[in-house]
Design a protein around this ligand. Sequence first.
Ligand code: NAD
Length: 250
Amino acid sequence: MTGASRGIGKATALVFAREGAAVVVNYSKSRELARQVVDEIRKAGRQAIAIQADVARKAEVVAMVETTMREFGKIDVLVNNAGILSPGNILTLREESLDEMIAVNVKGVIHCAQAVAPHMIERRYGKIVNVASLAALGTAMADTTPYAATKAAVISLTKRLALELGVYGINVNAICPGFIRTDMLMSSGTPEEVEVRLASLAKKAVLGRVGEGEDIAYSALFLASDEAGFVTAQALTVDGGRMDFLSHSG
Ligand code: NAD
C-alpha cells in the first residue's frame, strides 16, 4: 500500500488489515504517522510493517519490495495510492512541480508495478489497484490540468498493464475518486475556510457529500478480491455522482 500514512492510503490499509491482509504501510517522509497506522493494525491482531520508500525513486521501491518478500514471502495485492497534487494551470505551473507530479504519480506507479510484477507472475496470481482520479476523466476544475494529465496516464497505464499481465492471471484496475475528505483537499486555509470549501464541493455530487477514505478503501477491497476475478483493465469511478464535467468519456 503506497502512501499509507494518511488519507485514502491509511483508510485502505486499515480496511485491508481488518479483512485479514498483512499490510506494508509505505511512507515517504511521515515515519511517525506510518508507525501509528502499523500500531493500530497490530493492536487489532493483524500483521503490518512500515517501510520507507519514495515511489519516485526506483531503487527505494526495489528495496521495499525485497523487504516485503523477506518479511511476508509473497505479494498478493499492490495498491498504488501515493500521489501528489501541485495546483496550477498551463500558464502558472512551474516546471519543477510538473516534474515532481510526473515522478510520483506516473513513474511511481511504473516503479512499483515493475518491482512487484515478477513476484506475481511467478505465482500466476496478483491484483494491482491504481488510484487515479476523476480529474483524469475530464472534470471542470480550475488549477488541476497538469495533475489531471498525470492521472490520465495512470488510467492508460492501468489498461496496458492489464493487457501485459492478464496472461499471468494478474488483474489490474484503477479507481477514480471524486472529492475525498483528506489532507490533499483540506491542507490550505483556516478550519472555517475548509468547511466552506467542503460544503461547496459536496454540492457538486448528486449524493450531496464529499467522500471519505473508506469509500475508496472498500472499492479497492472489491477490486483486490477474488470476487472481482473477472474484472480487469477498468477504471471505477467512486465520486458520489459528480456533475461538473467537461466530458464524460472514460
Ligand atoms: P494525501 O495527501 O492525504 O495522501 C497521499 C499520501 O501519499 C501521503 O501519505 C503521502 O505521504 C504519500 N506520498 C506522496 N508522495 C509520495 C512518494 N513520493 N512516495 C511515497 N508516498 C508518497 O492525499 P489522498 O487524498 O489520501 O490521496 C491518495 C491518492 O488519491 C492520491 O494518488 C491522490 O492523487 C488520489 N486522489 C485523491 C482525491 C481526493 O479528493 N482526496 C481525489 C482523487 C484522487
